[in-house]
Design a binder for this molecule. Structure first.
Ligand SMILES: [Zn+2]
Length: 69
């Protein structure tokens, strides 16, 4: 896979305000996880009706999606 959409994924950490890096993306479910480049905090986004990504939660672990029932 070589998806480089660059700035589309830009975001800021809610904690320290640093830039976020794409950690994981799931187009089928319309989810993506971004990780802070500085403090390593994970940001969980969900895709909305208009194709806009919405931040739904933030956490220190990367598998919050899988644990939520
Ligand atoms: Zn941070």
């Amino acid at each position: 896979m070589n998806e480089k959409t660059g700035k589309t994924y830009a975001g800021k950490c809610v904690d320290c305000g640093s830039l976020l890096d794409l950690y994981e993306i799931d187009f089928d479910k319309g989810r993506r996880i971004m990780q802070c480049t500085r403090c390593g905090l994970y940001h969980f986004y969900k895709k909305g009706f208009f194709g806009k990504w919405k931040l739904v939660k933030v956490g220190r672990v990367s598998d919050l999606w899988r644990k939520s029932k």
